[in-house]
Design a protein around this ligand. Structure first.
Ligand code: RTP
Ligand code: MG
Length: 148
């Protein structure tokens, strides 16, 4: 089963949108298998956003993501990476469609509330960065036969 890493970034926590964001993901029918609140340190921020090292926005991105607690989650479903990216909307909220998290709630490209892995390969790498295997739970949901 495919997994993806989702972060409610510090702006989402500060603005009281953790529940709203989790609720939107739950309503897609995807399965929550890990969740924690944490402060990301510089080392984790650099590893997580390593692909952007050297870009002009990199230091600001690292400063932002380490500035205040975030909520990290793993969601599971067939094609969950694509499902979550669609629910999040485009990176820049001004281009994100209404009905998406960023399109409805986002302020600007640096304050876009959520992160979701951009491919199954990135997801595997990011899940391992943020969670130990024992923190990821395997369980059955009563409604699974209705949504799979
Ligand atoms: P994320 O990784 O946070 O889920 O966002 P994403 O895939 O939609 O976008 P990505 O290209 O990976 O960029 C990571 C984050 O960097 C910030 N950014 N700022 N000022 C800029 O031009 C710029 N470009 C990207 C955004 O906050 C984006 O979420
Ligand atoms: Mg990205």
């Amino acid at each position: 089963m495919e997994r993806t890493l989702v972060l409610v970034k510090p702006d989402g926590v500060q603005r009281g949108m953790v529940g709203e964001i989790i609720s939107r993901l739950e309503r897609r029918g995807i399965k929550l298998v890990a969740l924690k609140m944490m402060l990301v340190d510089q080392a984790l921020a650099h590893r997580h956003y390593g692909e952007h090292e050297g870009k002009p926005f990199f230091q600001g991105l690292v400063d932002f993501i380490t500035s205040s607690p975030l909520v990290a989650m793993i969601w599971e479903a067939d094609d969950v990476v694509e499902i979550v990216r669609g629910t999040m909307g485009q990176t820049n909220p001004k281009n994100a469609a209404p009905g998406t998290i960023r399109g409805d709630l986002g302020v600007n490209i640096g304050r876009n509330l959520v992160h979701g892995s951009d491919s199954p390969e990135s997801a595997q790498r990011e899940v391992a960065l943020f969670f130990k295997e024992g923190e990821i739970l395997d369980y059955n949901r009563n409604n699974d036969p209705w949504i799979t």
